[in-house]
Ligand binder design. Structure first.
Ligand code: P9H
Length: 221
């Protein structure tokens, strides 16, 4: 049982974007089925496709997988993006969880109420530049290699690049104090599968804008 993985989510980044990145980096073609209305979600729920009544849902290898982390773990393991042993995997997991925490902050920025936005943004920039980015800058500095773990491409590299680009969308000079992250960004962006994903017309999604929120809310609330 195979064929292309099929991704069910709304037509935007949200919790699916890192899955799109991983598949693209692995050079795996995938299909997307976009939820547009609450009915689309109800239909998936009624046919028993959603273990916890939530999306992301990815149909892959005969499974109906939910839970973003579980899906990412499966894809990373299947496509050799998850290190060569348990200790490399442990490091990759720590790096990826840090990225996921920052991603959560970035993702929720757009939906902050107007009177909280500025404060939220300041905290976001503070966390990115003082808590998260220094960690990855130091890792690259200390081992002097091209990739975060084990001197080969892993999901940690893919997911770090994703978040670096997202952070730059929020604040274009946010990497100014991180020379190794800047060169990492250029290097990883140049890997052929990733380069292709970064080009216009790929399945990569644009940032969610405030004006898009009502249509997303209509599906999930
Ligand atoms: N642990 C949209 C944009 C940005 C971020 C999140 C949601 C959680 C996983 C219906 N799914 C707005 O709240 C939509 C999850 C999955 C799980 C869902 C319900 C969300 C969003 C859609 N909500 O990591 O997979 O929260 O299905 O009944 O909970 S995504």
């Amino acid at each position: 049982m195979s064929g292309k993985p099929k991704l069910h989510y709304f037509n935007g980044r949200g919790r699916m974007e890192s899955i799109r990145w991983l598949l693209a980096a692995a050079g795996v073609e995938f299909e997307e089925c976009f939820l547009e209305t609450k009915d689309d979600l109800t239909k998936l729920r009624k046919d028993g496709s959603l273990l916890f009544q939530q999306v992301p849902l990815v149909e892959i290898d005969g499974m109906k997988m939910v839970q973003t982390r579980a899906i990412g773990n499966y894809i990373a393991a299947k496509y050799n993006l998850y290190g060569k042993d348990l200790k490399e995997r442990a490091l990759i997991d720590m790096y990826v969880e840090g990225i996921a925490d920052l991603n959560e902050l970035l993702m929720m920025h757009v939906s902050q109420p107007a009177d909280k936005k500025q404060e939220y943004f300041a905290n976001l920039v503070d966390k990115a530049t003082n808590r998260y980015f220094p960690v990855y800058e130091k890792v690259l500095k200390d081992h002097g290699q091209d990739f975060l773990v084990g001197n080969q491409l892993s999901r940690a590299d893919v997911q770090l690049l994703e978040i670096l680009l997202m952070a730059e969308e929020c604040k274009p000079d946010i990497l100014a104090k991180f020379p190794l992250l800047q060169s990492f960004k250029a290097r990883i962006s140049n890997i052929p599968t990733i380069k292709k994903f970064l080009q216009p017309g790929s399945q990569r999604k644009p940032p969610l804008q405030e004006k898009d929120l009502p249509s997303v809310m209509k599906i999930f609330q």
